[in-house]
Write a protein that binds this ligand. Structure first.
Ligand code: FAD
Length: 142
C-alpha cells in the first residue's frame, strides 16, 4: 500500500557524506529522512584505514585527478581543514596530520566507529527523534 512521509530533507545513503549531512540537518532542526540500502552505517569508510585524506593543494589534486571537476577539487581543498575542525567540534578524536600520504597528500587519522557513534548520538538522540528518521536495509532508492 502506498504511503507518504513529509520531510524537509531526504538523504540517500549513510556513508560519511550522508551522515555528515544528517548531522547538519539535525542541528538545523530540519525534518530529515535518511535512507540506507544496507543494514549498517558508514559506507565505504568502514573499509578504510580511518585516515581523513586530501591532496595537499589544488595543483596536486589537478595532477592526480586530471579529469575531475576543478571547481569541486578547489572547494574540497579550500574547506578541508574546516572539515577536520568540524569533526573535532562534533567530539571525534582526530589525531595530528600525517604528511606525504600517497606521496602528495595530507591525512588526519580518526576512529571511524567513534564518528559513527557520535553521528548516531547527534542525529537520533540529541536531536528531536521525531525529526530524524532512519530507514535501513531498504531496496536501493532508484
Ligand atoms: C578500501 C578503501 C579504503 C579507503 N581509504 C581511505 C582513506 O584512508 N582515507 C580517505 O580519506 N578515504 C579513503 N577511502 C575513500 C573514502 O572511504 C570515501 O571517499 C568515502 O567514505 C565516501 O563516502 P560517501 O558517503 O561519499 O560514499 P559511500 O561511503 O560510498 O556511501 C554511500 C552510501 O550510500 C548507500 N547507497 C548507495 N546507493 C544507494 C541507494 N540507491 N539507496 C540507498 N542507499 C544507497 C551505500 O550503501 C552507502 O552506505 C577509501 C575507500 C575504500 C573503498
Amino acid at each position: 500500500m502506498a504511503s507518504s512521509t513529509a520531510t524537509d530533507v531526504l538523504i540517500i545513503g549513510c556513508g560519511m557524506s550522508g551522515l555528515s549531512a544528517a548531522i547538519v540537518c539535525a542541528e538545523a532542526g530540519r525534518r530529515t529522512l535518511i535512507v540506507e540500502k544496507s543494514d549498517s552505517l558508514g559506507g565505504s569508510a568502514m573499509l578504510s584505514a580511518g585516515m581523513f585524506w586530501a591532496p595537499r593543494d589544488v595543483a596536486s589534486a589537478h595532477s592526480t585527478i586530471p579529469f575531475g571537476d576543478p571547481t569541486l577539487q578547489e572547494t574540497f581543498i579550500a574547506d578541508y581543514l574546516n572539515a577536520v575542525q568540524w569533526m573535532r567540534d562534533q567530539g571525534v578524536d582526530v589525531s595530528l596530520a600525517f604528511h606525504g600520504i600517497m606521496s602528495i597528500g595530507i591525512g588526519y587519522p580518526f576512529k571511524i566507529m567513534e564518528f559513527i557513534d557520535k553521528a548516531e548520538e547527534l542525529i537520533f538522540i540529541n536531536a528531536n527523534p521525531l525529526r530524524c528518521t532512519l530507514l535501513l536495509s531498504l531496496s536501493a532508492v532508484v
